[in-house]
Ligand binder design. Structure first.
Ligand code: SF4
Length: 365
C-alpha cells in the first residue's frame, strides 16, 4: 500500500524525504504544494524534477477522503459528507460570516462518550480518524472554497478559523489531532494562528494537560451543567473527571493558552439546565476563571428526549450571567435546513461498540 502524504506534518514529510534519499527542503516544497496549492497530482508540481516526481508517484499518494455530497444552505453554510471507507461517513461544515469563515472538523467516526443530548453520541463509536482524514477535511474545504472565494474586506482567505467540534472527542484521538493541528498552524501549510484554532473537549483532563504542553491552541470545554449531579447525566465522562477537577485543568491550561480565557459551551435544554437558579449556580462555579460562556440552543433530533429551551428562557439565563459580569454569547443557529447545526452532524457510523448500525441522517428522516 502506498504511503499517503496527507498523513504527515512537516516533521513526518522530512523523514519521508530522507527515506527516499531527498533533502529536507523537499519536504517544505511538498507541504506547500499539497496544502497551500491543494495539489494531489505529483506531475503538476512544476518545480520538482521529473525524476523526483516519478519517485514520489512510485512511493506515495496524496489521498483525502472522498466527497459523497456537498450542500450549501441559503445562509451560505456549506456541508460536505466524506466517505472514510467501510460504509462510514463524516461531516465537515463551513460557516461563513462577514469577517471570518469557520470550518468545523470531525476527529472520529462516531463518539464513545455518549453525551445524552448529542446526535453523534447516539451513534456509538467506530474508530479514530487518521491524520489524512482529519486534515483531508480542511484540504477539501480549502480547495473547494478557494475556487469561488473573492477576497472581502476583513479577510483574505475563505477559512480563517477552525473548530474541532464535529463528530468525536478530539482529545481521545490525541496524536492524530495534534499532528493535524501542527499542519493547520504551519506557515508552509495553512498558516492559521493558534488563537483561531479551537479544540473542543468534554473534559478529558490528562489530555488537556498534554495539549497544553504539546500544542496549546484555543480551548472550548463542553460544560452543559452547573453541578456534578446533572453533568453526570448529560456528559457521562464527568463521573471520571468531575467539574472541580475539570476547572483546575482549565486554570492550568490558561497558563499556556493563546487566548486569556476558556470558552464554556452550554447547550440549552428545556426544563433540564435552563432555570434562573441554575444560571446563578453556574455563575458561582465559573466566576473565578477567565472565561466566556457560549449558550447553544439545542438542535432537536428524533427520539432525543430533549427540547430546545424557549427564547425567553435563553434570554433570562443569559441575563443572569451577564449581570454577574460573565461574557456570554448565544450561538446563532445556522444551516438548520441542511442539518449542519451543532449536534446534528449526520455522518454514517457503523458502531463497533454498543449499538446497531445507525445514522443520524436516517434517524432525521
Ligand atoms: S458532545 Fe462531543 S464528546 Fe459528547 S458524545 Fe457528542 S461528540 Fe462525543
Amino acid at each position: 500500500m502506498s504511503i499517503n502524504l496527507l498523513d504527515f506534518d512537516a516533521k513526518g514529510l522530512t523523514s519521508f524525504c530522507a527515506e527516499i534519499g531527498e533533502k529536507p527542503f523537499r519536504a517544505r516544497q511538498l507541504l506547500r504544494w499539497i496544502h497551500r496549492a491543494g495539489e494531489a497530482d505529483f506531475d503538476a508540481m512544476s518545480d520538482l524534477a521529473k525524476g523526483l516526481r516519478e519517485k514520489l508517484s512510485a512511493a506515495a499518494v496524496i489521498e483525502p477522503p472522498k466527497v459523497i455530497s456537498d450542500h450549501t444552505a441559503p445562509d451560505g453554510t456549506r456541508k460536505w459528507l466524506l466517505s472514510v471507507g467501510a460504509g462510514n461517513g463524516i461531516e465537515t461544515v463551513y460557516i461563513p460570516e462577514t469577517s471570518r469563515g469557520t470550518l468545523c472538523i470531525s476527529s472520529q467516526v462516531g463518539c464513545a462518550l455518549a453525551c445524552a443530548f448529542c446526535s453523534t453520541g447516539r451513534q456509538g463509536f467506530n474508530r479514530n480518524l487518521t491524520v489524512a482524514e482529519i486534515i483531508g477535511q480542511l484540504w477539501w474545504a480549502n480547495k473547494a472554497l478557494t475556487e469561488t472565494f473573492t477576497s472581502e474586506a476583513g479577510r483574505e482567505r475563505p477559512i480563517t478559523n477552525i473548530v474541532m467540534m464535529g463528530m468525536g472527542e478530539p482529545l481521545t484521538n490525541f496524536e492524530n489531532v495534534v499532528t493535524s493541528l501542527d499542519l493547520m498552524l504551519d506557515d508552509n501549510a495553512y498558516g492559521l494562528s493558534r488563537r483561531r484554532v479551537t479544540v473542543s473537549t468534554s473534559g478529558i483532563i490528562p489530555a488537556m494537560d498534554r495539549l497544553r504542553e504539546r500544542c496549546p491552541v484555543a480551548l472550548a470545554v463542553s460544560l452543559h451543567a452547573p453541578n456534578d449531579a446533572l453533568r453526570d447525566q448529560l456528559v457521562p465522562i464527568n463521573r471520571k473527571y468531575p467539574i472541580r477537577e475539570l476547572l483546575g485543568a482549565c486554570e492550568r491550561y490558561l497558563q499556556s493558552a493563546p487566548r486569556d480565557f476558556i470558552t464554556f459551551e452550554y447547550v440549552m435544554l428545556d426544563g433540564v439546565n435552563d432555570s434562573v437558579a441554575q444560571a446563578r449556580e453556574l455563575v458561582q462555579l465559573v466566576r473565578d476563571i477567565p472565561c466566556k460562556l457560549n449558550l447553544i440552543p439545542f438542535n432537536p433530533f428524533p427520539d432525543s428526549g430533549f427540547r430546545r429551551s424557549s427564547a425567553n428562557a435563553v434570554s433570562r439565563f443569559r441575563d443572569v450571567l451577564m449581570e454577574a459580569g460573565l461574557v456570554t454569547t448565544v450561538r446563532k443557529t445556522r444551516g438548520d435546513d441542511i442539518a449542519a447545526a451543532c449536534g446534528q452532524l449526520a455522518g454514517k457510523v457503523l458502531d463497533k461498540t454498543r449499538r446497531a448500525p445507525r445514522s443520524i441522517a436516517e434517524a432525521a428522516g
